[in-house]
Design a protein around this ligand. Structure first.
Ligand code: ATP
Length: 270
């Protein structure tokens, strides 16, 4: 149903300080999304249009959804999320209808941050537009573009989207007035990984023998989501052992466990 296709959160819990290792991306998102919402007079006075849409791109589990939720939270905006895959519908016109509903809902709830996850599902380069399914996806994308084109950039609705497949995107959605601010969200460097470890163990009883700076070095290619799973796993090892402190050995065991599985992360809802 339509209600299920969208996730609406009047006050998402995520804060900027919960996001580690991507400080520059946080700064860019604040400039592109927060400033136009909190200080629209500034843009009007200077005579510059804020970005119409902000596209976050990069590997899975790096904090793209967190960034969108945090900026909604810190601006007291309603967070409205739609997965691109939800817009790919069986029946003709259903996808376009959902896009219209999405923008109508945002207008009702403004200030609002619209977040379209997996935007590549509806905005990929044309493959074989002769197949009817593809034509329908194309229509949904057109509806999205027309909503964005008819949009007042200085209003109280900001539009964000995310993708893991930047290379697949149809250039039409990147034109000025559409997703015209691109922010890459990469996997974290060692220092960032340390920061994320610290964030995800904030409420954990961590033993003195644990050295996160050292441990972070070995988490080569780990995403923020992988690190979150690792911290939880380490805690589980302590619990299984009926200990109240999480030790270096627990983190090592969690690391071994994650390394031995193909997919490091099983993200909730994926
Ligand atoms: P996807 O592309 O799969 O939708 P995403 O980039 O949107 O992924 P998020 O949903 O933001 O990823 O992150 C998933 C979870 O991983 C978060 O709820 C958080 O626990 C953890 N996480 C990811 N990145 C970070 C980060 N930079 N700092 C702290 N935690 C993070």
């Amino acid at each position: 149903s339509r209600a299920q296709a969208m996730e609406v959160d009047a006050s998402p819990e995520v804060r900027y300080e919960d996001i580690g290792g991507i400080d520059e991306q946080v700064r860019e998102v604040r400039e592109a999304v927060e400033d136009p919402l909190t200080n629209p007079e500034m843009f009007a006075e200077v005579g510059v249009d804020p970005p119409s849409g902000v596209l976050l791109y990069g590997p899975p589990g790096t904090g793209k959804t967190m960034l969108a939720k945090a900026v909604a939270n810190e601006t007291d905006a309603t967070f409205i999320k739609m997965a691109g895959s939800e817009l790919v519908r069986k029946f003709i016109g259903e996808g376009s209808r959902l896009v219209r509903d999405l923008f109508e809902l945002a207008a009702d709830r403004e200030p609002a941050v619209i977040f379209i996850d997996e935007i590549d599902a509806v905005a990929s380069k044309r493959t074989d537009s002769k197949t009817s399914g593809d034509a329908e996806v194309q229509r949904t994308m057109m509806q999205l573009l027309s909503e964005m084109d008819g949009f007042d950039d200085r209003g109280e609705i900001r539009i964000m989207a995310a993708t893991n497949r930047f290379d697949m995107l149809d250039e039409a959605i990147l034109r000025p007035g559409r997703f015209d601010r691109l922010i890459e969200v990469p996997k974290p460097a060692p220092e960032g990984r340390q920061k994320i470890l610290e964030i995800h163990t904030r409420d954990m009883n961590v033993a003195d023998d644990v050295d996160f700076a050292d441990f972070a070095e070995q988490l080569d290619d780990y995403s923020g989501a992988d690190i979150a799973s690792l911290a939880t796993e380490a805690g589980m090892f302590a619990i299984r052992d009926e200990r109240t402190e999480v030790t270096r050995a627990d983190f090592d065991a969690a690391f071994e466990k994650l390394e031995s599985t193909d997919e490091k992360t099983v993200l909730p809802g994926h």
